[in-house]
Design a protein around this ligand. Structure first.
Ligand code: PRX
Length: 630
């Protein structure tokens, strides 16, 4: 997208129940925002004081464009805020995690005290394997409590975790392990999904053939009889726990030490290892969980994301546990064994705050009103959405059919890079379907043109953040140039890579990506990774992939492929290519459609012009094509 452009805006708005506003943690958003703007450092200083620190900071923020430090010289361990302080106080016996297997038959509950003990033991287990402060540990696990325990155990001893979503294939896993140079991999024999087993360990072993950095592998064995392990390299999760000492003090970490690396798709080349640090990230995730979701002591909170994504890091693990709420975790598909499965869990567990993705909402919408209508959902009081635009139809359905016209919807815009919510409609403010809302207190979000000037209402532009914020990425692992690119594309701004528009009231609507990323079912997919998987097939000469609007998934992947000389496309080839991509990258990256073409449109310098393919596909004007080859 070259320039700014006009957008027609919806006018509909919903006024929240005044009672929610009065009771909210931030009862007066405009005032809270003004207070933040008047003294940003004072604002974050007050928030940070609500967490446990081993040593206070000398300075709230040090901004050396584009490098920021937060809570300079402060020392903490995020697990002291997430576990120890609750376990030592009134929340000792409060459920921290209620885990349910797919379908809800199996349940495991960990109190704050119980979770702390699990984490400490596993932290010692990691030490037995030689893991120490600063070492990278890759976690490739299903959505089970042990996944959360593994993350927190790394944090406990200062090891840096890199969680890879269990839906990724061996190539995607190997790339990420090698980039982070992970020393230990934690996995499980299987994940359960739609009544079937996904052989995680087998996939991991395939990846491990290409990852010389990995010394040891911890395997959680769930199946009976138990799968055999290779004693030279693998160790059973339970055996490791049994061998480990029970108590483990929380390592004192500098606020700017890395807490984790999480990979996100880049618009070109390999995925980017986004680095988040111990101090600022903790403060940002804590504040937004508490205030955007308005968490109260009695809440039962369910975020359906997997910790393999940033949403799971900030809003399944670190934020909610720092706040001390009860977190529901459910493994498997939310519509299995039937389309009411998700709503049955809400009823049975008395869920009060529910956070999911538009793709899931649209899927439930398709199944029809009768499924949620079967269950009493009256415990719900706050609904959240994340990952892609929540279109007005889906908003309406979510608001009326799930929220009973009673619950505010917080449509939260943010990214792996931002670490925390950046824009939403805070509880108590008028909601506008299709709009995420305004910047959260603590963030300065704007829509601008290429020079960084704000665009007028109704004109589309680039979504940016103007000031550093505590949970911002501190780097791209091993690639400073890619980090700097976030800050030097538009002068003075962090460029998010999204297109957006504001209305007269300053509400932001996110229109989609401005670059070569495709958001499929809320997952960020890089065109480059899919293309290189396609090209790795013998039949393929070149490939270009684009996103195509899809009623359910937001976007679907369409691939344009040129074949090697002599290869004739037949019915079987598309299926084979799809399987090839699935095997390499996992099901999330599989093209929904493959079209065979003789040539791909390219610039004279040889770059594929996906924009031209996309315009042709959607019957739109391709824009400036002066650089096109012919
Ligand atoms: O395009 C935006 C979209 O998801 C991108 C970030 O993806 P990721 O780093 O994987 O994190 C997803 C979960 C935070 C953004 O650049 N996106 C995220 N939230 C929204 C959204 N688009 C519209 N509305 C949202 N609420």
């Amino acid at each position: 997208m070259e320039e700014t452009f006009a957008v027609k805006l919806e006018k509909k708005r919903y006024l929240p129940d005044p009672r929610c506003r009065a009771a909210a943690r931030v009862p007066d958003y405009p005032r809270a925002y003004r207070e933040f703007m008047r003294d940003p450092e004072g604002f974050w200083d007050r928030v940070a004081r609500e967490l446990v620190w081993f040593k206070p900071w000398d300075q709230v923020r040090e901004w050396n464009y584009p490098y920021a430090k937060w809570f300079v010289n402060g020392q903490l361990n995020i697990t002291a805020s997430c576990l120890d302080r609750h376990a030592a106080g009134d929340r000792k016996d409060k459920p921290a995690i209620i885990w349910r297997g797919e379908g809800g038959e199996e349940e495991r509950v960990f109190t704050y005290d119980g979770l702390r003990r699990e984490v400490m033991r596993f932290a010692n287990g990691l030490k037995l394997l030689g893991v120490g402060k600063g070492d990278r540990v890759c976690i490739y696990m299903p959505l089970v409590p042990e996944q959360v325990v593994a993350m927190l155990a790394c944090a406990r001893i200062g090891a840096v975790h890199s969680v890879v979503f269990g839906g990724f294939g061996p190539d995607a896993l190997a790339t990420r392990i090698n980039d982070a140079a992970a020393k230990v991999l934690i996995t499980a024999d299987v994940a359960y999904r739609r009544g079937k087993t996904v052989p995680l360990r087998e996939i991991a072993l395939e990846a491990l053939a290409r990852t010389p950095c990995v010394e040891r592998v911890v395997v959680l064995r769930r199946e009976h009889p138990k799968v055999d392990l290779d004693p030279d390299r693998e160790v059973d999760y339970a055996d490791l726990m049994a061998a480990a000492a029970p108590s483990s003090p929380a390592e004192a970490m500098d606020a700017e030490d890395p807490l984790f690396i999480l990979y996100t798709s880049g618009s070109t080349g390999a995925p980017k290892g986004i680095v988040h640090t111990c101090g600022g990230y903790a403060v940002g995730a804590y504040y937004t969980t508490k205030c955007v979701f308005d968490i109260k002591e009695s809440d039962v909170y369910w975020c359906t994301a997997d910790p393999g994504w940033i949403t799971g890091h900030s809003y399944v693990v670190y934020g909610p546990l720092a706040v001390g709420t009860t977190v529901v975790i459910v493994e498997g598909a939310p519509d299995h064994p039937d389309p009411g499965a998700c709503w049955r869990q809400v009823r049975d567990l008395g869920v009060t705050v529910f956070y999911t993705a538009p793709t899931a909402i649209r899927m439930f919408m398709r199944y029809g009103d009768r499924w949620p209508a079967k269950y009493d959902l009256s415990t719900l009081r706050v609904l959240g959405s994340v990952g892609e635009p929540l279109n007005p139809e889906a908003f309406e359905w979510y608001y009326h059919r799930i929220g009973g016209g009673r619950c505010p919807i917080v449509d939260t815009w943010w990214q792996t890079e931002t670490g925390m919510h950046m824009a939403t409609t805070m509880i108590g403010e008028a909601m506008k379907p299709g709009f995420v809302g305004k910047a959260v207190p603590g963030a300065v979000v704007d829509v601008v043109d290429r020079t960084g000037r704000p665009v007028p209402p109704g004109t589309g532009g680039f979504l940016v953040v103007r000031e550093p914020w505590p949970a911002m990425l501190r780097g791209v692992h091993g690639n400073d140039e890619r980090y700097r690119a976030y800050w030097n594309t538009i002068p003075g701004c962090y460029t998010a890579g999204d297109l957006a528009v504001k209305d007269e009231d300053g509400y932001i609507m996110v229109l989609g990506r401005a670059d070569d990323l495709i958001v499929v079912a809320g997952h960020n997919i890089g065109t480059a990774e899919v293309e290189s998987a396609l090209v790795s097939h013998d039949a393929v000469a070149e490939a270009a992939v684009i996103g195509k609007p899809d009623p359910l998934k937001g976007n679907a992947i369409k691939a344009f492929v040129t074949l090697r000389a002599g290869v004739i496309p037949d019915d079987g080839l598309s299926g084979e290519l799809a399987r090839h991509v699935k095997k390499s990258l996992g099901p999330v990256a599989v093209p929904a459609e493959i079209e065979y073409v003789d040539r791909l449109p390219k610039t004279r310098s040889g770059k594929i012009m996906r924009r031209v393919l996309r315009a042709r596909e959607l019957g739109m004007d391709p824009g400036d094509i002066s650089t096109l080859e012919e």
